[in-house]
Write a protein that binds this ligand. Structure first.
Ligand SMILES: [Zn+2]
Ligand SMILES: [Zn+2]
Ligand SMILES: [Zn+2]
Length: 118
């Protein structure tokens, strides 16, 4: 599965399968097994994105900012989170963070509602 090495962003097992299927007859179950093995040896990292599982070849971070008001999920790119590594009882590999708050759109709406009432 050479296409794995070319993947530089997040990908799903299905995406990897359809790439691999261009050159060989390979089933999705094989792809899952392959990814699981790679994950165990630390060559692939996995993240939960909603109900989907994403994979990456690089140690990356996957961060969601979820609005508690409208439920919208935004992906954040965080770079300076290495300090978290000091808090862990062991060696940290990659990050998956879920941050909850109120998105700018909802904040604006809240502010508008307030000025309307005043
Ligand atoms: Zn990892
Ligand atoms: Zn995600
Ligand atoms: Zn919102």
């Amino acid at each position: 599965m050479d296409s794995l090495n070319a993947a530089d962003a997040f990908f799903t097992a299905e995406e990897l399968a359809s790439k691999a299927q261009k050159t060989s007859r390979i089933g999705i179950a094989t792809v899952y097994r392959f990814l699981k093995r790679r994950e165990r040896s630390g060559k692939v990292h996995s993240y939960l994105c909603g109900r989907r599982r994403l994979y990456s070849v690089k140690e990356d971070s996957h961060c969601h900012f979820t609005c508690s008001k409208c439920g919208r999920v935004e992906h954040l790119k965080l770079s300076k989170i290495d300090f978290i590594k000091d808090a862990a009882n062991g060696k940290v590999c990659h990050f998956q963070l879920d941050i909850v708050g109120i998105c700018n759109r909802c904040l604006k709406q809240l502010n508008n509602d307030r000025s309307y009432k005043l």
